[in-house]
Design a protein around this ligand. Structure first.
Ligand SMILES: Cc1cc2nc3c(=O)[nH]c(=O)nc-3n(C[C@H](O)[C@H](O)[C@H](O)COP(=O)(O)OP(=O)(O)OC[C@H]3O[C@@H](n4cnc5c(N)ncnc54)[C@H](O)[C@@H]3O)c2cc1C
Ligand code: FES
Length: 266
């Protein structure tokens, strides 16, 4: 059940020019959160910014009672968050939204992250590794500098493969090209793909997987306000062929959706 939590900032590290890793003392959230879910943070008292800002859970340490978030400074809210010092208390609503579904027994989980899409997939990779199900983690960005938090990723028990558009780290090209070559080596029935990143990347992931009859899920990041289904601000079109066409709320029906559930063309 989502609830309001007063969370103490214990660390806020800058991991690249624009990306920060925030650690919160949040024992209840750390226990309750599942990979794919997010929290909605009230940035500060007062009218600006008015709405909370949603961030995926990047990591949860249940023993230590801590929760980590990885975020990029985009505008007013994340700029203020980047300046939060240890000792600050944040008003955090969560955990919110749907979580990733476990892969079928014996299937290899293939996680595909584009840029900051790594945030929910890092948590998922941690949980899969903890459950003894070593994931294949494909991570792509424009440049080596944009492949943030590689220190954490290299500590995970996963098969990590990198791609950069400018070739400064890993394979030169898009992470979706890495996915296509990886899937060609894998029996489709024994693979489950999980992807998070920009919408054009997600569209390509769905296309590549459909061509090989590989199943999977995507995690969407749209603009949000309430974060729990009250304002309709995060509605996206459902696929007309899906069992329940119409609209889906990313905050409540998602952010994790099955392939084909949401119309990524609109
Ligand atoms: C479920 C969910 C999980 C998310 N997880 C993460 C995460 O783990 N790490 C992370 O860095 N970001 C994540 N985001 C995106 C993050 O919420 C936005 O970057 C943030 O709200 C921007 O706030 P701001 O006040 O800094 O920017 P604003 O001043 O509100 O806007 C600055 C610019 O960013 C754009 N923008 C604002 N919100 C979003 C959004 N949701 N998606 C795309 N563009 C946006 C605006 O259109 C504008 O161009 C997530 C979003 C959702 C919905
Ligand atoms: S953000 Fe309000 S309904 Fe989704």
């Amino acid at each position: 059940m989502p609830a309001l939590h007063a969370c103490l900032v214990t660390c806020n590290e800058q991991v690249s020019q624009t990306v920060f890793r925030l650690t919160l003392h949040a024992p209840d959230l750390a226990l309750a959160a599942a990979p794919g879910q997010f929290v909605n943070i009230r940035i500060q008292e007062g009218a600006v910014p008015l709405w909370r800002r949603p961030l995926s859970v990047y990591s949860a340490n249940r023993d230590a009672g801590s929760l980590r978030l990885l975020f990029e400074v985009r505008g007013v809210g994340t700029r203020i968050l980047a300046a939060s010092r240890p000792g600050t208390t944040l008003d955090v609503l969560g955990p919110l939204g749907t979580a990733f579904l476990a892969p079928p027994r014996g299937a290899l989980p293939v996680l595909v992250a584009g840029g900051l899409g790594i945030a929910p997939l890092h948590f998922w990779a941690e949980e899969l590794a903890r459950a003894g199900c070593r994931p294949l983690l494909l991570f792509g960005a424009r440049t080596a500098e944009a492949l943030c938090a590689l220190d954490d990723l290299r500590r995970l028990d996963s098969d990590l493969r990198l791609a950069t558009e400018d070739g400064t780290e890993g394979m030169q090209g898009m992470v979706t090209e890495l996915l296509a070559t990886t899937l060609a080596e894998q029996p489709p029935q024994q693979t489950m793909v999980y992807a998070c990143g920009p919408v054009p990347m997600l569209r390509e992931v769905e296309r590549i997987c459909a061509a090989r009859a590989v199943d999977g899920q995507i995690c969407l990041e749209t603009l949000m306000a309430c974060g729990f289904g009250a304002c309709m601000g995060c509605a996206v079109a459902a696929r007309s062929s899906s069992p329940q066409p119409g609209y889906k709320l990313v905050c409540k029906d998602g952010p994790v959706f099955n392939f084909g559930e949401v119309d990524l063309e609109r």
